[in-house]
Design a protein around this ligand. Structure first.
Ligand code: TPP
Length: 563
């Protein structure tokens, strides 16, 4: 017989967990005492519970393993809600274990008691309150299974303090049997054949790849080799197709490329793989892919036809469905379609005007890509810098970019970089972050230093909450309400140095090159405070609610009617 706390540790070991990101407190004391005694996994003490959740989430994004976070009851738990919601919106598998007050105290407004399950429910795939020690091991087994199977997502287990003290035998189940939860992996062959026929008959087909296709990169590449269909992707899917693949038209949507958005607007068959038709991608839904029949491949049946009606709905795992589809489809070539798309590429390639006076954020991103190893892991925070990374950093493999797509969580990137630094021990981790976002979880620099991890943090410092400023410029007649940070910023270099980081401020190309090379040579976590043009906008831009073909382009506004 062993304690509940020990059961938790042994169960995590059974799940192959190597690292747990957490923060202790009263209700979690038994678990922490047991963690102290074991060597089966590392516990990483973050400096804010929000970061435990983000680090676990990013560990999962980079490694495809299930990330784990552990926190105490009450405020420890509530601090993780943003992290849970971030993982939920992007379908990231993780398990959050929160301690709870003892079962006898639940419902009494006890010290640090909160209805954790009630609060997490809307932002997790599933949640458990463990009321009986007998259920503890089985619950953990199920939680991991649910997190990673079907459409992945975060699972929350709330464990009262007395349960962690009680003793019970450790029988870890070898299998999970959940009667009402049986994800479908294999797509219906009849539907797949119908889709293959539609492809064979199509003149302008287009793949639309989302984060749900993250594990189907090889299958999609094989498929494209045979069917030669051009592809656009979402922010979450960058890297599933290599940047230098000719048929890769890159990111679509609000800040997508001109050719990607025009391809969606003109295609006659749109094949969505693991994408959920987010409003930042579709723009005005009634105008989205208006000329096209829609195929929607997704493991989550509820996602299909939720926003855009599917003519070819296929429920299944992206990699299995695509390899079946590859067998069924003819070898094809769509020369007229490529010509049209090439014309769009030549008309408005993704570009920016460089400057001699001031550093352009796009230059900094492209230059970083040129100087960094190809297998670097990129993190972003949220804002203009995130969209510029999506536009200008080339990704050649899946899981090289960790970014908060669906929720758009500022403060994500430093803790996420911590998670990735543990997932990819031997590879470089580079974090692009805005000056606003940097301050939202800056305390995790301390965790990076304490853990002797190296992350190169590049602050694209425009002294503005840049993305909000951009909207104020364009849609609020330049009334910069609460977005101008000039003269109200800390000295980022001094701040970073106080944590023990190497830190440099740069404002010219030469300074950037010199400082970045020093960062590459260092073993320490580094911060580069890069002073960039304050007024740069991210373009193209589809105004909220507009049709995709109504992009604001660098020099003028083009509409379909102009074409
Ligand atoms: C937690 C949170 N609060 C507010 C926002 C709204 N928001 C989106 S982008 C942005 C500005 C980000 O500024 P900064 O980090 O400096 O990056 P920049 O846009 O300048 O690159 C804000 C406030 C958000 N996404 N997340």
């Amino acid at each position: 017989m062993i304690s509940g706390a020990k059961i938790i540790c042994k169960a995590l070991k059974e799940e192959g967990v190597e690292v747990v990101f957490g923060y202790p407190g009263g209700a979690a004391l038994n678990i922490y005492d047991e963690i102290y005694k074991q060597n089966d996994f590392k516990h990483i003490l973050v400096r804010h519970e929000q970061s435990a959740a983000h680090a676990a989430d990013a560990y999962s994004r980079a490694s495809s393993k299930v990330g784990v976070a552990l926190v105490t009851s009450g405020p420890g738990f509530t601090n993780t809600l943003t992290g849970l919601a971030t993982a939920y919106c992007d379908s990231i598998p993780m398990v959050l274990i929160s301690a709870q007050v003892a079962t006898s105290l639940i419902g009494t407004d006890a010290f640090q008691e909160i209805d954790a399950i009630g609060m997490s429910r809307p932002c997790v795939k599933h949640s458990y309150l463990v009321k009986d020690i007998k259920d503890l091991a089985k619950t953990i087994k199920e939680a991991f299974y649910i997190a990673k199977s079907g459409r992945p997502g975060p699972v929350h287990i709330d464990i009262p303090k007395d349960i962690t003290a009680l003793k019970y035998e450790f029988n870890y189940p070898s299998e999970v049997n959940l009667k009402t939860y049986k994800p479908t992996y294999k797509g219906h062959l009849k539907q797949i054949k119908k889709l293959a026929q539609a492809i064979n008959e199509s003149k302008k087909p287009l793949l639309y790849i989302g984060g749900g296709a993250m594990n189907a990169s090889n299958e999609i590449k094989e498929f494209i080799k045979k069917a030669k269909i051009p592809s656009v992707c979402t922010l979450m899917a960058l890297g599933i197709l290599p940047d230098d693949e000719k048929l890769n038209l890159k990111m679509a949507g609000m800040h997508g490329s001109y050719k990607a958005n025009m391809a969606i607007s003109e295609c006659d068959l749109l094949i969505s793989i693991g994408a959920r038709f987010d409003d930042r991608i579709t723009g005005k839904t009634s105008e989205f892919a208006k000329m096209a029949k829609i195929a929607h491949i997704d493991i989550d049946p509820c996602s299909i036809s939720k926003i855009i009606k599917a003519d070819y709905p296929i429920v299944g795992d992206a990699s299995l469905v695509i390899s079946d589809l590859t067998k069924e489809v003819n070898e094809c070539e769509f020369n007229e379609w490529y010509e049209i798309l090439n014309r769009y590429e030549n008309l408005y390639p993704l570009s920016y005007e460089d400057s001699k006076e001031v550093l352009k954020p796009q230059w900094v991103i492209s230059r970083t890509a040129a100087l960094a190893p190809k297998n670097s892991n990129i993190i972003t925070d949220v804002g203009q810098h995130q969209m510029w990374v999506a536009q200008f950093y080339p990704f050649y493999e899946p899981r090289r970019l960790s970014t908060s797509g669906g929720l758009g969580t500022m403060g994500y990137s430093i803790p996420a970089a911590l998670g990735v630094a543990f997932a990819k021990e031997d590879e470089l981790v580079i974090n692009f972050v805005g000056d606003g976002s940097f301050l939202m979880n800056v305390q995790e620099l301390m965790t990076l230093i304490a853990q002797r991890k190296k992350v190169i943090n590049i602050i694209l410092n425009n002294s503005y909450l840049g993305m909000v400023r951009q909207w104020q410029t364009r849609f609020y007649e330049q009334r910069y309400s609460s977005t101008d940070l000039e003269d109200v910023q800390p000295d980022f270099v001094a701040l970073a140095k106080s944590f023990g980081c190497d830190a440099y401020r740069v404002s010219t190309k030469t300074e950037f090159d010199e400082a970045f090379k020093k960062c590459l040579d260092s073993k320490n976590t580094c911060v580069l405070d890069v002073i960039v043009n304050r007024f740069e906008d991210v373009l193209p831009m589809v105004p909220a609610g507009a049709a995709l073909y109504n992009m604001i382009l660098p020099s003028n506004l083009i509409t379909k009617e102009d074409k």
